[in-house]
Design a protein around this ligand. Structure first.
Ligand SMILES: Cc1cc2nc3c(=O)[nH]c(=O)nc-3n(C[C@H](O)[C@H](O)[C@H](O)COP(=O)(O)O)c2cc1C
Length: 440
């Protein structure tokens, strides 16, 4: 196990936020913040704690989904979402080292706007911006369409979109700016390179009207896990988020993505694959169990089961199942939205034949893995996944805020440090340098 230490890329610790009012499923629990959508100070404080724990980056989820059924928004804070890059811009000012990765879809945006927004965030934060490239799980209804864009078409557009953004980021060299008051020369036009892109989806002249990013370029993250999703991740993803639940499946997923990346001529040492993990930590096993029981007691079980059924397109509503009867799935029709999460949940249900109670004990509302234990048992698990090539780090999805964040930083981070997985201090104020991913 230790032999791997020198050959593996450094372990990456990421933090996940919904950009919504609260970060946990159990928002009704006492002490749980319910106003982070109104009070920026909440995010400022979470991020300050995460910087103390030397988290490499925070990652903000985003979507622009319509919510057709009012009962789906009545009991969850999903509809109170900050605009991702506005929130990250504010956090850029209140934090100093942590990476700031935000989601923007390639389906409902234009590359010029996104290139400009992320270049600006990169400069504002001193080189800490990242873009989670998604084709979006839905939202066409808010963008002049009757439904979502076809899956294959979305991914074709995504490839071209990213190429245009990367081209725009390079359109003005950093050295182009002369700013010489004496001669009156502001800029050297020979160092400005209009893009003149003409493709299937976009025509973009450029150059980008923004300061050139400090990172060359800002970090690109991706999370698609369908065939087309993995191709995009393999071609452009530097940080890749997944919802893999099982260590063998995670190892197979990582091997698959790295093999595809090699076909694009990429070096696997420059890719960081991070499964989501939702820990509930206690100083002892019994304290952890108690916290977990408490967390479970505040869950809106029907809402969570409906949410899982819906985004996994199970074709059955899990909230209607009796608590103790194993779930049986009939033929599940392949979805046009979230193909990867559908197959992950469907495969897991078929393999383990769980009751709905088991599902609630194992998955968060977002379909990520719950892990209950002491700092040592949680880090045992984290270390095994990392050392055996199932991941390059984890995307921590706190089950509560602020307690879950404080618990992780106070209890789990010291154990990660003791085992040499994370370090006491940041090496750099630049995300790309902290992740040890060279410029492209
Ligand atoms: C950890 C994680 C975070 C994700 N975040 C987002 C997000 O913020 N917005 C979104 O539309 N999709 C998000 N997704 C979904 C994927 O990026 C992708 O759009 C979706 O999986 C559909 O593509 P697929 O069919 O290739 O899986 C996320 C997936 C994972 C695993």
């Amino acid at each position: 196990m230790t032999a791997l230490r020198s050959t593996r890329a450094p372990f990456v610790l990421g933090a996940y936020f919904t950009g919504s009012a609260t970060n946990g499923d159990a928002w009704r629990a006492p002490g749980e913040d319910t106003d982070a959508d109104l009070s920026f100070e909440r995010y400022r404080d979470y991020v300050a704690t995460l910087e103390k724990g030397r988290f490499d980056a925070i990652f903000l989820y985003d979507n622009v989904l319509p919510v057709p059924d009012p009962s789906r928004i009545a009991r969850t804070p999903a509809l109170a979402r900050w605009d991702t890059f506005t929130l990250l811009a504010a956090l850029a000012v209140t934090s100093s080292h942590i990476g700031l990765i935000g989601t923007a879809s390639t389906t409902f945006n234009e590359p010029y706007n996104i290139a400009r927004r992320i270049a600006s965030l990169d400069v504002l934060s001193g080189g800490r911006a990242g873009w989670n490239v998604v084709t979006a799980t839905g939202g066409g209804e808010n963008f002049n369409l009757v439904s979502h864009v076809d899956h294959a078409l979305r991914y074709e557009r995504a490839h071209e979109f990213v190429d245009v953004v990367k081209g725009l980021w390079k359109s003005t060299e950093t050295e182009a700016f002369i700013r010489d008051k004496h001669t009156g020369v502001w800029l050297d036009p020979s160092r400005v390179h209009p893009l003149n892109h003409k493709g299937r989806f976009f025509q973009v002249a450029g150059p980008l009207n923004a300061p050139p990013p400090i990172q060359h370029p800002p970090i690109l993250a991706q999370a698609g896990a369908s065939g087309a999703g993995k191709e995009l991740a393999a071609r452009i993803g530097e940080v890749i988020y997944t919802a893999e639940y099982d260590i063998d499946a995670a190892r197979a997923y990582r091997a698959d993505v790295l093999e595809r990346a090699a076909r694009y001529g990429r070096d696997e040492r420059h890719i960081r694959i991070l499964p989501g993990l939702a820990p509930v930590v206690g100083r002892t096993e019994s304290e952890a169990r108690q916290k977990f029981e408490r967390y479970q007691s505040y869950l809106d079980k029907a809402d969570i089961l409906q949410a899982i059924s819906s985004y996994s397109s199970l074709g059955t509503d899990l909230s209607q199942w009796p608590e103790d009867k194993p779930v049986e799935l009939g033929l599940v029709e392949e979805t046009n939205t979230h193909k990867s999460r559908q197959s992950l949940i469907v495969d897991w249900i078929r393999k383990t034949r769980p009751t709905v109670k088991d599902i609630l004990q194992n998955f968060t509302r977002g379909g990520h893995r719950l892990l209950v234990g002491t700092p040592a048992s949680i880090v045992d698990e984290i270390e095994e996944w990392y050392r055996t090539g199932a991941c390059d780090g984890f995307n921590i999805m706190f089950t509560s805020a602020p307690d879950g964040i404080n618990d992780f930083v106070e209890l789990v981070v010291p154990e990660l440090r003791r085992r040499g997985l994370t370090q006491q201090a940041y090496k750099s104020r630049n995300l790309r340098e902290n992740l040890k991913i060279p410029s492209t």
